[in-house]
Design a protein around this ligand. Structure first.
Ligand SMILES: [Fe+2]
Length: 160
């Protein structure tokens, strides 16, 4: 199938996908920072640090997603109301157990992987190769974060 000319404009569906990804990433950032603040238990130092490492990674991602939206010619949503409307990830109202935070965050990262897989088909045109690469990088980062949370929970992996 012939690809469109490289001057193709990003479709609204791609920008919508980025806006939804921004909302889910922001919600996961807030959940992760809440975990960093409120986690308790014998593994506090390790978990406090793990959550910090993960929310710092998300901070950079949030800025990247928003600035890609601006590059595409769209405004980046920047209010809690809009994020709550768009996000599938919902930060918990109350403090969770250490295990609860790990489980909740693993699910959040997996939900973002799903979200990215839904957005990627809208970025297949050659004109959007940088957006496509960015989405694939974000997908890898969320898979890695989910793995670290799974491993911290002691969940077993598959044997070859
Ligand atoms: Fe801190």
């Amino acid at each position: 199938m012939a690809k469109k000319a490289s001057k193709a404009q990003p479709p609204n569906s791609l920008a919508e996908g980025f806006a939804n990804l921004l909302a889910d990433t922001y919600a996961t950032y807030l959940t992760t920072q809440g975990a960093h603040w409120n986690v308790e238990g014998p593994n506090f130092p390790e978990l406090h640090q793990l959550f910090q490492t993960q929310y710092e990674e998300l901070t950079l991602a949030i800025d990247g997603i928003a600035e890609h939206l601006r590059t595409m010619g769209f405004y980046a949503p920047a209010s809690f109301a809009t994020f709550a409307q768009r996000a599938r990830v919902q930060p918990p109202e109350d403090a969770l157990s250490a295990e609860g935070y790990l489980e909740t965050l693993q699910s959040a990262h997996e939900a973002i992987v799903t979200r990215i897989q839904e957005v990627l088909p809208h970025a297949e045109d050659d004109a959007f190769v940088e957006l496509n690469d960015f989405l694939v990088e974000r997908q890898d980062a969320h898979k890695k974060a989910a793995w670290m949370l799974r491993a911290t929970l002691g969940k077993k992996s598959k044997s070859l």
